[in-house]
Design a protein around this ligand. Sequence first.
Ligand code: ADP
Ligand code: MG
Length: 698
Amino acid sequence: MELTALKGIGDKTAEAFKRLGIFSAEDLISFYPRSYESFDKPKALYELEPGKIQTVEGVLTKDASVNRFNGMTIVNAYLADMTGRLQLSWYNSPFIKNSLREGMHLVFRGRVYEKNGKLIMGQPKIYQAESYKEKYEGRLMPIYPLTKGISNNTIVKAVSEALTLCRHTGEYLPESIIDEYGLKSLDVTAIRLHFPRSGEELRASRRRAVFDEFFLNNLAGARLSERAKRLTSVYRCKPDFGLIRFIADLPFELTAGQLKAYKEINADMSSGRVMNRLVEGDVGSGKTMVAMLAMLFAALNGYQAAIMAPTAVLAAQHFETFNRMLEKSEFFDGRINTVLLTGSMSAADRKEALSRIRSGEANIIIGTHALFQEKVEYKSLALIVSDEQHRFGVGQREALSAKGDMPHTLVMSATPIPRTLAIIMYSNMDISLIKERPQGRLPIKNCVVGPGYRRTAYKFIFDEIKKGRQAYIICPAIEEAEEEENESLGGKTASEKNAAKLENVTDYTEKLRKIVPEGVRIAMLHGRMKNDEKDAVMKHFKEHETDILISTTVVEVGVDVPNATVMMIENAERFGLAELHQLRGRVGRGEAQSYCIMINTSVSEKAAERLGILNNSNDGFQIAEEDLRLRGPGDVFGVRQSGDIDYRIADIYRDAAIMKDAAAAVKELMDRDPELDEPEHQRLRRISDEYLEKGYIV
Ligand code: ADP
Ligand code: MG
């Protein structure tokens, strides 16, 4: 159903919705809230605590007053109940004054802070007392990710309409599974995920949605590996003396983990079975080297090997690295030929690349998603390596393989998750774990500081740049989000939800441009830029034509600029630990000392404790373990930890217990009906086939 078929959505709003990845009314139903605001019962004034968003109810003791200074207006009002008095303040919203008169009985909701020993509520939202009790109290209101031109209210209205107008897909899980794991029905889940009436309802609905994500993903993997097991591989490899000498001649010694991973890969590819292996290693552990050895192994056996990188920049980076390593090697007698294939190449280059791939002349193929396109024909593709790419489907696999012979697959992942979780999550793959990092790297120096430290941080960054280094600054948002509407006034006040402002790359870049010393070159990068724009920005940074890159988390994955030594992260409390660790992995890649500055703009103790984990450890696996311990299961609210894994709602850490259930359910199902032939599994089979086509997550 068209978005514009919903009330109040015109072409312009529909356009804005597209930026959130919403193209139809159905998309809205699975556009889950980012978090929920819980509207509690008003507190007595003497119970208030600073630092939290709270609700109060009382009577205004006099008319509100407006004060002006420094070009700002402040509206003040005073509220009293039987237990005390409270000052309420609004900045730059002078119109509010007229609706706040002595004797009015109202409810206010906002963040309470302390000033000169007194408590003040800042930017509170205003409600009529009865309206609050009827419409809000005890409820959980959804908070959605926003974009310019779309307010939370717009989404709330659109979602409610979509829920009533769109037909639901209908149940596909077998009844036995629903019963055994105590799952809510699908249609109830859809409604209650958006509009839970209680914390309990939210937990139950969320559990179902999370279960389904894990279940479908795990099932896809299981079906794929079931298929692979029954095949004998046509691409059986034998040892090659050139490769053995190449490894001995490398400028560095392989780490124990790299060597072990390579031996396991070697054994898989020589076994006559189809390899389906995951190499898991922390950022900087040298996974590219392992991928390269595997590819050389296939190529020296007379086959082709392809590596797929998530971006053109990363593909080009690998291409260079491979060529550099191969240049010096005389052990291959010209048997190795590399080629690069990305979407942004010129037509002539592309044509040449395609013909070299088709003839089999090129046997080490490096590229992006362009590798999957129909036009690309391979002569004998024996190995696909997927680098830092978390979605990989059977459709893609088959598209890559010319005759439909199943190639070996190798997936390189930097997601440091605890071993116990990895075993469940990747139950359908063999895992090689690289634990250590190459020797001779200085550990990154970390600090977690408040916004007051920003100036010092800038000075530090400018000093590093003077020394010829480069820096990243990460902001959580791309642009300023639309402010929320004030329910009872219909007007707008500054968003009170977060006392701390969410930094966005657009404004930040402008702001920084004004204060950087002369000659310091800065650039902006975010996910909504066009691909070739993004590539150009990254290329300039790599070639040191830019000094500071202000970016969203799009730089998170794989980028290797060893000259960058500072990573500064704004609103660090907004990111998951895994994400922060991944971001930090962008520095500390060369010999020089590197630094990670995390700006914590939250007053919450929990945030401080979480960031403390990162501050004290550079070991991704240890961070993952501690994070899991700190938060425990059942923590429904809060930041998603695994931002880099492509689940929509599930969080592998927080939802570890559900993941276990889902994996067990898949196992039972596969033991009973591996082909999903039974009549009661037909719907599930269709949904699962679709899921496999789209690509599952590894
Ligand atoms: P990641 O695991 O994050 O993909 P990379 O493969 O990009 O890590 O490796 C990071 C850097 O370490 C590269 O510059 C690479 O050349 C180097 N490297 C890889 N293996 C070793 C090793 N055994 N000893 C020293 N340096 C290595
Ligand atoms: Mg890598």
